[in-house]
Every structure is written in C-alpha cells, then in structure tokens.
Design a binder for this molecule. Structure first.
Ligand code: AHM
Ligand code: MG
Length: 335
C-alpha cells in the first residue's frame, strides 16, 4: 500500500478485509468520525476570522467556562454520530448524561462512542493546538433496547478503537483498533486524510517531560522527587496545556506526560473515560505505558461514573518505569 496516496477511507476498508467476518460497522463508524473531524477542522481553522472565539457564556458540567468552538465541535460530532447508523450512544465531556441514539432506518447498532470533542479549549483564543479525542466500545446491553450506563462504564482495555485528531500546524488523525497505531494527515487541497505515519512506535525514552510545573508545590512528595530527577537529568520541560498535542509529541519524540493529583484536583483533573483511556490505549499500542500516579494501569481502572477523573503518567516505557520507581520509593501510601 505504499508509493501512492492512501486515504483514511481506503486504509480502514483495507484493514477491514484483513478481519474475517468483519461486518463493516466499525469501518463505517470510523469513517463517519473522520468526516466529523473534517467539519470541526474547518471551523477551528477559521475561528479567528469569524469572530466566534471566546466564552459562550455558559459553564460545562464541570463548572468550567465553555468556549463557542467546544459547543460547535460537540454538536457536529453528535450530529454525525446520530446520522451514522453505527452508533447507539454517546458520552461526551460536554454533556452531563450519556446520549442514547435511536436506530437509523430501524438498524440496531452495537457501538457506543465516548469523546472529548475539543480538548484544550482554553488554547483556542490564542491560536494554540487543540484536539478531539474519541473511544469506541461494543455495547453490553441488548441491541434491541436503549443503551444504559454499563455500556459506557467499561474499562479502557475493552476499547474496540480509539483515536484523536490534532488541529495543529497540520491536522492529523491518529487511531488504533488494537493492531498498531497509524496517523493520517489532512491534505486540505483534496480534503482527505492521507496515511502519513504508519505503525507509530514510541521511543523507549525521550528528552522531555511534560507537566504543569506551576503546581509543583501542590504535588505529593514522590511526584516532586521525580520532577526534580527529570530536571537533574537535564530533560527539557515541554507543556502545551493541550493533552492531545503533548501526547502527540511524546508519541514521536518520546518523553513522559504527567497530570498528578493536586490540592485543587485530589483525584487528578483529566477524565478517565474520554481523555485518559483513549490516549492510554494509543500509547500502549505504540509500545508505551499509561499508569495512574497510584500505579494502576490506566486501562484496568473500573470506571464508576461517566465524568470520573484520574491521575495519569504516560509515555515512553522506560520513563514511566522510572517514575513508578520514584513513587514506590517515596510514597507515604502503600503502593
Ligand atoms: P479541557 O478538557 O477542559 O480542555 O481540559 C483538559 C486539558 C488538557 O488538554 C491539558 O493537558 C490540561 O487540561 C491542562 O490543564 P492545566 O491548565 O491545569 O495544566
Ligand atoms: Mg478535555
């Protein structure tokens, strides 16, 4: 499949053919997410022109200020998923409750989607990269009825597929179905995501660590010791404040991303279902590790609620191992 342009659609279909008895439903869903990503990309790119920047004046379910583009991205993604016919329910950062999706043309569908429609939205006003994160689960309930909470409260290791779209200097969609990680860059001249990064492998170590060091004094002692170690080792600090962008860099250059518990966020800030799990799945698929600051493997955490938070440390495997050793050495809790 090389030496010529391979579009996202071609690639997904090609992959489907490798799976005996595949029904094409997941293929259809991934393609629809690709279309939604192009629509969101169009708006993100012209945000500065259209004067649609700034807070929409409402707060999301976590009491955070909502930017207009968050709402737009949420609406567009929901609309595409509703019309897809392959999705029976949506859990979104922007909606307090999960959204049941009725069958399209009477067709029962078996997948639910969890998503952060526009992550890092505090960066939009200043033209810094933002991203969309998604995860796809097979529903647990009977396909004939509506979805329920158990369809969403699944462990990350049960993900069927996960991906992100980074609206950066170029727009790139990266996804995995558990058979490696591949990246597709949007060619705006033809309006297609084209295969640009095949079988992404995270470096075993990197030269950067990524954490909001402004919260240093609010971290537990073991985390402070580990951060001191990163500084002693002369690792550079890189922190965009857009998780998708930080993880994207780490996938290619290696490094570690940390969002530990702080006094403000005793359980961590980031959301398990639609931030940590999809990105954790991708990082593991690329050969990396994703654990909580209490050393649980992220993908094995049993979710109890849709908007559950988690602490996180993920990235290059040897760096996560090292961080784990610091926690084991300095934590006052039994780990
Ligand atoms: P959001 O979903 O409200 O945009 O918040 C998630 C973002 C992540 O992208 C980023 O890593 C983190 O919040 C930054 O938080 P902080 O400003 O506390 O460092
Ligand atoms: Mg987010």
């Amino acid at each position: 499949m090389q030496n010529r342009i391979v579009t996202l659609d071609e690639f997904i279909i090609h992959r489907q053919k490798e799976v005996p008895f595949a029904s094409g439903e997941l293929t259809g869903l991934l393609r629809d997410i690709g279309v939604a990503a192009k629509i969101v990309n169009r708006e993100v790119n012209k945000a500065g022109l259209l004067n649609i920047l700034g807070a929409a004046g409402s707060e999301n379910t976590h009491g955070e200020n909502v930017q207009k583009l968050d709402l737009y991205a949420n609406e567009k993604l929901i609309e595409c998923l509703r019309n897809s016919g392959e999705c029976c329910g949506i859990g979104s950062e922007e909606n307090e409750e999960f959204i049941p999706v009725p069958p399209v043309d009477g067709k029962e569908s078996k997948y639910v989607v969890v998503m952060d429609p526009l992550d890092g939205s505090s960066n939009i006003d200043v033209n810094v990269s933002v991203g969309t994160i998604f995860g796809i689960y097979r529903r647990k309930s009977e396909p004939s009825g509506p979805v329920n909470a158990a369809d969403f409260l699944q462990k990350g290791e049960d993900l069927v597929a996960a991906g992100y779209v980074l609206y950066g200097t170029s727009t790139i969609l990266v996804y995995t179905t558990g058979r490696g990680v591949n990246g597709f860059t949007l060619d705006p001249t033809i309006g297609e995501f084209c295969l640009s990064h095949q079988n992404i492998q995270i470096p075993k170590r990197g030269n950067y660590y990524s954490v909001n060091q402004g919260y240093y004094l609010k971290f537990d002692v073991e985390m402070r010791r580990y951060i001191d170690h990163c500084s002693d080792e002369n690792y550079g600090l890189r922190y965009i404040g857009s998780m998708v962008a930080d993880i994207h860099r780490i996938l290619f250059q290696g490094g570690i991303f940390l969002y530990p518990n702080t006094r403000k966020y005793p359980l961590g800030k980031l959301r398990l279902l639609y931030e940590c799990n999809p990105l954790g799945f991708i990082v593991e698929q690329a050969g990396g590790r994703a654990i909580s600051c209490y050393l649980e493997r992220i993908l094995e955490i049993e979710p109890k609620e849709l908007h559950q938070r988690a602490t996180i440390a993920m990235g290059s495997p040897e760096m996560v191992d090292e961080m784990q050793a610091f926690v084991q050495k300095y934590s006052t809790l039994p780990v």
